[in-house]
Write a protein that binds this ligand. Structure first.
Ligand SMILES: [Zn+2]
Length: 162
């Protein structure tokens, strides 16, 4: 995705070019990237490149493309991180805990006993919402680690767009 200085959403974290450039896989309309401060190994996000705030702004075709893409990404992440389950979370609207007003789907691959309580991911997602990609308070990958995992996931997901 290319953004110009005329981009009306330059204030939006997910509309910034430096974010979408970090994606490890994309379709013409959607991008997947790794969370720099993952709540569990594999925690990734799928976003529309276009600035949509809500799932309800997607056309049926876009929604379908997003879900099909996210399912392929999830499958690759499960294999890559050797997981047998996953959580998907969309927080749509401020009252639902959405903090970045740009639609994003959290994908968290899961394995047995990865968290003390298996439903604890929800609380962690909420914390992650508050510090998406930019947490000073949580363990965070450094630039080199982030580039490395993105590169490895790029290879793991290479067949998705074939
Ligand atoms: Zn945006």
């Amino acid at each position: 995705m290319q953004l110009t200085n005329n981009n009306p959403n330059a204030e939006c974290l997910f509309c910034r070019k430096e974010i979408t450039e970090k994606s490890f896989c994309s379709t013409p309309l959607f991008s997947a990237f790794y969370n720099i401060s993952p709540i569990l190994p594999g925690h990734s996000l799928v976003i529309p490149d276009k600035h949509y705030e809500s799932l309800f702004e997607l056309s049926d075709d876009e929604l379908s493309e997003m879900m099909v893409f996210a399912r392929k990404i999830t499958s690759s992440l499960k294999t890559f991180f050797n997981c047998d389950g996953f959580d998907w979370t969309i927080q749509d609207g401020v009252s639902a805990g959405q903090t970045v007003p740009h639609l994003h789907l959290h994908i968290v691959p899961r394995k047995p006993l990865d968290l003390p309580e298996s439903n604890e991911w929800y609380k962690k997602i909420q914390q992650s919402e508050e510090h998406i990609l930019d947490s000073e308070n949580r363990a965070r990958l450094n630039e080199k680690e982030y580039a490395e995992i993105t590169q490895r996931l790029k290879i793991a997901c290479a067949s998705i767009n074939e």
